[in-house]
Every structure is written in C-alpha cells, then in structure tokens.
Design a protein around this ligand. Structure first.
Ligand code: NAD
Length: 319
C-alpha cells in the first residue's frame, strides 16, 4: 500500500513509519517539522527504504492535495502535541487540530482516497464518570481546547464517512511513552533532573493517575486494527489497561536515574494545570478482544521509557 502519514517525523509518527515499512508499505511522510525531527527517519533514508519526506504544512491545502494523489490510506497524526498551550493561545488547537483534519479529509475526497486512521485521545472523554472508560461512554465533554479539537476531528471524520463513502479508524490513545519522546511527563522529569540533580518538582499533588501505552505497542495496535477490522467507522481505545500515578512516575524516574539524593517536591492541587484531566483510565477490552497483546503495562512502559530518555537526553553527560 502507498500510505501517507501526517506528522510522520514526530514521536508516534516515526514509530508508525517503522511498522509500515516493516510490513512492506511505501510511505509518504507529510510533516512541517514544527515538533517532528528528521533524524527520527534517517535510518530509512540511509537504508534506501520506501520513505519519502514532504516538508509541508497541512494548512497548505494545495500542496496536501498534490501529495494525496495515489494514496491508499492516510494515518493522520499531525497536531499540536502540547495540551497546556491552550491555556495561553486559544486558536492553536482549532487551526492545528480541527482545520488540519478538515484539510486532510477534503484532500482525500478530491483525490478519491477512501481510508483514514486518526490519532485521537483519551481526553475526548473529559472527566468521565465511568472508569475504566469504554469506547461507547457518553456524552463526550472534553475540558481542554486540545480535547475539543480531537472531538471535532472525530465528528468531521464520521461525517466524511457518512457522506463520502469513506472508511475510518479512530484511535483514542492513552498517554503514549517511549524512546524518541519529545514531550510529556517523563521527558519533563528527566530534563528537570538534568538541570538540578538534587530536586524534582512535580506539578499537582502527584495523585493524578492515567493510563499509559508504550509507543511501539501503540503503533503495533494501530496497524493490527487497520489490518483486522473492517467496519465503516472503527473506534478503539489504545492503552495498556491499567493506570499509574504521577507520584509513582516520579519515583521510577528517580530510581532509574541512579541519582543518590533527589527530593521530590509537589506544587499541590489535584491537577497539573487548567484543562488537565487528573484521572483517566481507558477500558481496553475491545482492543484485547481482537487478539492484540501489549508488551508492557503502564508501569512497565514508564520504566522502559525512563531508561530510554535518560540515555537519549544524556542525564549523566557532562554539562
Ligand atoms: P509530535 O509532536 O511528536 O508529532 C506531531 C507531528 O506533527 C510533528 O512531527 C509535527 O512536526 C507535525 N505537525 C504538527 N502540525 C503540523 C502541520 N500543521 N502540518 C504538518 N505537520 C504538522 O506528537 P506525538 O506525541 O507523536 O503525537 C502524535 C499524535 O498523537 C497527535 O495527533 C497527538 O495529538 C496524538 N496523541 C498523542 C499522545 C501522546 O501521549 N503522545 C496522546 C494522545 C494523542
């Protein structure tokens, strides 16, 4: 298949490209490199794999349409990854989340591309009253601008499926962690320890508890579901079925750092920032019923990631 991956130079996107190539697909990465890193894909270029990188913005609809010609399926992962940004800039998620999804769908309609897989998020559930939260939970009332853009994108995708005879896979990710991570709680903790090896500041009271998924499990499950499920609109939570608290993550990162005396300090309050969902637990029975098995639970994914990011960020390098 010829696959277009928006955001393919990013953290999750580059791992997805790896899986697509391993399965014999040819890949067009469409990425403006705002947070993506070309070196995440360098191994494909060095090996002469069927990976082409188009440095362009999804808001440029003409360029997007040109690159959509001959594409069998789009994996749409590009978005602003920073949920917190919505507390300061209120149109980022609208433009980088909702309008970009409209552009992807419109380019698909014009070029006759029928299949889309979309990186949504557990934040569409908002502060859900049912936990673990199943896919059919509702009504969906997100509490962040990022969450609103994900839900709006899901709505647009469902409308394109209903109106233009398309097929879609909506994936509501837990927090994705792993090597090549460029943001998120473990990334922040390792950077904080690099700046000050004696002290780790944790936003909130540390009792925020969420589901995590290791990035390779995440992209393997995406590929598995696209290959094995065939409804017009397929929608799945992608997670590892349990939760881990921020307090525990801080302890794991400190343990893995090997630093002798770190004082973990909490800023207090039940959430890290306005719009942060303090408790999120995803039900993953539907995913597991398809025969998929995660390699890691949440804590295992966090420990594995802490080791990888301590190495990548160079926590122990001379400053
Ligand atoms: P990332 O920032 O590493 O990847 C996003 C990629 O999109 C980057 O390569 C960036 O350069 C590109 N991009 C952004 N805006 C663009 C635009 N206008 N045009 C072209 N390219 C653009 O983030 P990630 O963690 O890999 O996230 C991938 C997707 O998964 C996102 O949609 C994100 O919302 C979703 N998601 C991630 C997590 C997580 O924990 N990482 C959780 C839930 C959902």
């Amino acid at each position: 298949m010829r696959v277009l991956v928006t955001g393919g130079a990013g953290f999750v996107g580059s791992h997805l490209v790896d899986i697509l190539v391993e399965n014999g697909n040819s890949v067009v990465v469409y990425d403006n490199l705002s947070s993506g890193k070309p070196h995440f894909l360098q191994h494909h270029l060095d090996s002469g794999n069927a990976v082409e990188i188009v440095k362009a913005d999804l808001l440029d609809l003409d360029t997007l349409k040109e690159n959509m010609v001959g594409i069998d399926i789009v994996f749409h992962l590009a978005a602003n990854p920073d949920i917190r940004l919505g507390t300061e800039v209120t149109d980022t998620d609208l433009k980088q989340g909702t309008i970009t999804t409209y552009n992807v769908l419109e380019a698909m309609r014009v070029s006759g591309t029928k299949k889309i897989a979309f990186a949504s998020s557990s934040v569409v559930y908002g502060e859900a009253s049912v936990m673990p939260t199943p896919e059919d939970y509702g009504p969906l009332f997100p509490i962040s601008l990022y969450g609103a853009s994900k839900l709006a994108s899901e709505g647009l995708i469902s409308a394109w499926v209903g109106t233009f005879d398309m097929q879609a896979w909506i994936f509501r990710f837990a927090n994705v962690v792993g090597n090549r991570g460029t943001h998120g709680v473990i990334f922040d903790f390792v950077h904080k320890l690099k700046n000050d090896p004696t002290r780790l500041e944790v936003l909130g009271d540390g009792n925020q508890a969420k589901s995590y998924i290791e990035v390779r499990d995440c992209v393997r499950s995406m590929y598995h579901l696209v290959s094995t499920t065939d409804d017009a609109l397929n929608y799945y939570n992608l997670g590892s079925g349990d939760v881990c608290s921020v307090r525990r993550i801080a302890e794991i990162v400190v343990e893995e750092s090997g630093l002798p005396a770190v004082s973990i300090e909490y800023t207090g309050g039940s959430r890290g920032w306005a719009g942060d969902v303090p408790k999120a637990s995803l039900a993953v029975e539907r995913l597991n019923a398809t025969g998929f098995e995660s390699a890691y639970d949440s804590e295992g994914a966090i420990r594995h990631t802490a080791k990888a990011l301590i190495e990548e960020i160079g926590l122990h390098d001379e400053r």
